[in-house]
Design a protein around this ligand. Structure first.
Ligand code: CS2
Length: 481
């Protein structure tokens, strides 16, 4: 505790200025959006005005609403730089609705004429799609529910039902701004919304097709989950009792396709957001270079006993594999966005990973691997295969994921595997006695692995898996690099 600061924070966060009028409804008010989009939007309002207050929606649990409501939506963003930390209060979120408590209130908010953008961070699994193909999973329980029930549960259901309300009321649609780490995220979401709408009412589907904009975006900032230590640290730093602060690295980037309904959007360009005609190159670079190596380090690092990404890359063996992944396997398979040097981008990523202020747990990143592998790792692997380029590091990362989802680490300790497919993945482990059989069974999950890729990779993944079992992750990497 620093001198002069109270031992117990005395003051609650309260708004002293009027809240901005709501122009955005955000689905999935997690830490990432509060540490990224909400800050950009606050700065855009400060720079150029506009009614772009954000009404958050939690699609599952009430905890963020319960924490933010007594604070008038305010919260602290704690920036953790290598040289120290700074705190700021974010004011752009004006309230939070909890969808399962009152889905009607969420639809009402989305149908309000003042709302011009509905943004989303619902994570990969929130799209209720098949990761390998990008198609709507019409058998997903939330989708089957939403197709026959006017009060939805899923993000797709809310978007389509709310757009229908606006159409019937003769209002312009809102822009749908997805901020999740999915390839061609705007295009993907548009396809899912159109598929859902077609099953409800083809006239609605045609209206969405003609009138709604789904700009694709690339979002980037490392935001580890908020921990009790962060809450305590914020109280010490600011003297305020904040129940829902966020922590983040200094770096941030947002690249957005400039395609909004009637051009209505906050002045994002004024605060460093890159507005472009096509975000594909940025998105590929970020998903494959950052998220791809994040996942590789998460599985390999976790198995080797490393708790965070910074701990993992502090080990020279892991720093070497991540550099090799970039230079030999990932960079050759991507096209750089105009003006970007991919090798400098990689150097910057390693610096960000090394930031000792950021304790980003390998376990957190390892979550939901079945939803992440295709766009982070398998796309690069498939392209390398076609180009005749070896991918030993990416293959090892897939093998590490396979071992991880078996639920036991290298010391035989149980792993708390969080994944929508975890039960099926674990069952595959339980029902195979040979490594060949197990690898073949896991490669047979068509939601994740396309058939041709499974076929081509099976022998190499089996060899990598065997090495992980006999030598452990660290030694396997040491021999590989
Ligand atoms: C991470 C991302 O948890 C994960 O899967 O890879 O959240 C990553 O930190 C962000 O995409 C960085 O922008």
């Amino acid at each position: 505790m620093e001198a002069g600061l109270p031992a117990e924070p005395q003051m609650t966060l309260r708004r002293t200025e009027p809240a901005p009028a709501i122009g955005i409804v955000h689905l999935g008010l997690g830490a990432f959006f509060r540490a990224h989009g909400a800050i950009y939007i606050e700065e855009a309002m400060a720079a150029s005005g506009g009614d772009w207050g954000i009404l958050g929606v939690s699609l599952q649990r009430p905890d963020i609403r319960d924490a933010l409501q007594p604070q008038d939506g305010l919260y602290t963003a704690l920036e953790l730089g290598p040289q120290g930390e700074t705190a700021r209060i974010v004011t752009s979120v004006t309230g939070v609705l909890v969808a399962p408590e009152n889905p009607q209130a969420v639809l009402d908010a989305m149908a309000d004429p003042g709302v011009r953008i509905v943004s989303l961070t619902v994570t990969e699994k929130g799209y209720c799609h098949e990761p390998a193909t990008g198609r709507l999973d019409a058998s997903h329980p939330d989708i089957t529910h939403d197709l026959t029930n006017p009060l939805p549960r899923s993000a797709i259901g809310f978007l389509v039902r709310a757009l229908d309300r606006r159409r019937l009321a003769g209002l312009p649609p809102f822009t749908v701004l997805t901020c999740d780490n999915l390839p061609g995220n705007g295009h993907l979401l548009r396809g899912l919304a159109l598929d859902f709408a077609c099953r409800v009412d083809p006239v609605l589907a045609r209206w969405i097709e003609a009138e709604v904009r789904f700009p694709a975006t690339m979002v980037d900032r490392i935001v580890p989950a908020t921990t009790p230590e962060v809450i305590a640290r914020v109280a010490t730093l600011t003297g305020l009792a904040d129940r829902a602060p966020v922590q983040h690295e200094p770096f941030r980037q947002w690249v957005v396709e400039d395609s909004f309904v009637d051009g209505h959007r906050p002045d994002l360009a004024a605060v460093g957001v890159e507005l472009v005609a096509d975000v594909t190159a940025h998105e590929n670079m970020k998903l494959r270079m950052l998220n791809g190596t994040h996942s590789a380090l998460a599985y390999l690092g976790y198995l080797a006993g490393h708790e965070t990404i910074a701990d993992t890359v502090a080990d020279p063996v892991f720093a070497r594999i991540v550099s090799n992944l970039w230079t030999r396997e990932i960079i050759p398979a991507i096209t750089a966005p105009t003006g970007v040097n991919l090798h400098s981008y990689a150097d910057r990523l390693l610096e960000r990973y090394r930031n000792p202020g950021i304790r980003h747990r390998t376990w957190q990143i390892a979550m939901d691997g079945s939803q992440k592998l295709p766009q982070r790792i398998l796309g690069t692997l498939a392209e390398n295969l076609v180009a005749g380029r070896e991918s030993p590091g990416l293959i090892l990362a897939v093998a590490a994921w396979m071992r991880y989802v078996g639920g036991l680490d290298e010391r035989g300790q149980p792993i708390d595997v969080r994944d929508p497919m975890s039960a099926r993945l674990r069952a595959a482990h339980a029902s195979h006695d040979t490594l060949e059989g197990l690898v073949a069974a896991l490669l047979g999950f068509r939601e994740i692995f396309p058939e041709a890729l499974s076929h081509a990779l099976a022998p190499k993944i089996t060899t990598a898996y065997k090495a992980l079992i006999s030598k452990g992750a660290r030694r396997t990497i040491e021999e590989l690099t």
